[in-house]
Design a protein around this ligand. Sequence first.
Ligand code: PEP
Ligand code: MG
Length: 567
Amino acid sequence: LEKHYRDMQDMEFTIEEGKLFMLQTRNGKRTAAAAMKIACDLVDEKMIKPKDAVLMLDPKQLDALLHPQFDAKALKAAKKIASALPASPGAATGKIVFTAQDATEWVTERGEKKVILVRLETSPEDIEGMHYSQGILTVRGGMTSHAAVVARGMGTCCVSGCGDIKIDEENKTFELGGMTFKEGDWISLDGSTGNIYGEEIPTVPAKLTGDFARVMEWADKFRKLKVRTNADTPKDAKQAKDFGAEGIGLCRTEHMFFEESRIKAVREMICSDTLEGREKALAKILPMQQNDFEQIYETLEGLPVTIRFLDPPLHEFLPTDEADIADLANTMGKTVDDIKAIIRSLHEFNPMMGHRGCRLSVTYPEIAVMQTKAVIGAAIKISEKHPEWKIVPEIMIPLVGEVKELAYVKNIVTETAKAMIKENKSKLKFKIGTMIEIPRAAITADEIATEAEFFSFGTNDLTQMTFGFSRDDAGKFLKDYYDKKIYESDPFAKLDQKGVGQLIKIAARLGRETRSNLHLGICGEHGGDPSTIEFCHNVGLDYVSCSPYRVPIARLAAAQAALKSAN
Ligand code: PEP
Ligand code: MG
């Protein structure tokens, strides 16, 4: 039967009075590791070809090979108390902490091995603590919320948008599924299913075998799409490279602004009333930012790197803590009330549709100047050290909706870059492109392409802006849409091909009408989703970019897309 069906079979039979009756046969269910082994064995036995092996695997199953899983026996005995969004795969168990600072302290000072960070939502300030956590559970936020995106990048388990939690962050307790949890209690999360368990469940570490490498090699032979990664740190970039990433498709520079050593200078820049004041603060940030990029270029060893300029609204960087506000006032020679007034003035009712992305560079061109100096300075330095890498910086301007605003920012970048290149007697080439993440940019892509050398589809914002619902809050009501069969799946996880996909098709076509060699990629979270990857292949994109742990999934999905379309 296995030879007949060319797949491992799960058969049922009975023997009655010495006679064999076959009752049924079907392709056997298998774990991810078994799926790899079976595919390789079938090829070795010449029962199938490598292309059949590539097609028979489920890319999503790879998650189970790349992240820790619960011990199967212990999981059977455990009781699920709730479920929420499966925001970042893998299993995690640990003691509950309520602040990122506690996560860091419990691990580094108290020697706790496993903590789970439970937050209303996370913000960029929480990144260090997120690094020390086994898993992250948030009350608010969808599949592209801060917690989800950052956790996925780190390969850390995350369950987000658990609105059933009644949390009291101040007193460090929460209620869920009829249980009350306090700091230090055990909890377990399954980031692949979104399930939550109110107890400790042992996990088994991820383990890759030689079969995995063989399958990946086959996949690479068939795929046409390149696979890049979304990475902001050398550590994430290295992980992605080890998983086969062929470059960075999105380096979000703002995450670099939050490090303790530089957040003060960032705040000084934001709170300065004069250009001189801002430039003084930016001058402090420049060497640190240049150093970030040098490390990234070193890690990538000549592979392409797309660096995206500052994107979030500035108020995200401002202090909320009274002590930090007082500290900032003191450094800047202002009063606490002055700083509070600036913070109030930066408040926006709709920050996601507010003063962010390229709009910041239009108001404060000096930010774009500093970031250009950092990118070009790093590229020149590393190119001198490694001329064989032929580094060509790709600078990406976010949130463009109008060609003139792109032209304005591009001009600043070009002038700054050219001056530096001349000053350093360098021959460095660079590219300037944009994200297509606003519907207006997609439908005026022919104009945008007159200024942009590449497009990267930012489908997180493009989905948000096309549907008109918030990527952070939509989870609250989307479940009603699934229940009522209005939407089949989360449009922030799986691309809405009919609407958002239509905009991508239009933009790709219009963009290439203007510039036939326009390089096209996707860097929204959808870039790691197999069905979206198939769509990207069919639309003719050049690459997909996804978080490091999704790179193998993308390689396999891209190969399947190429094989399916060839068929
Ligand atoms: C996007 O909008 O798809 C994107 C990649 O940018 P960010 O998630 O940083 O807004
Ligand atoms: Mg965006």
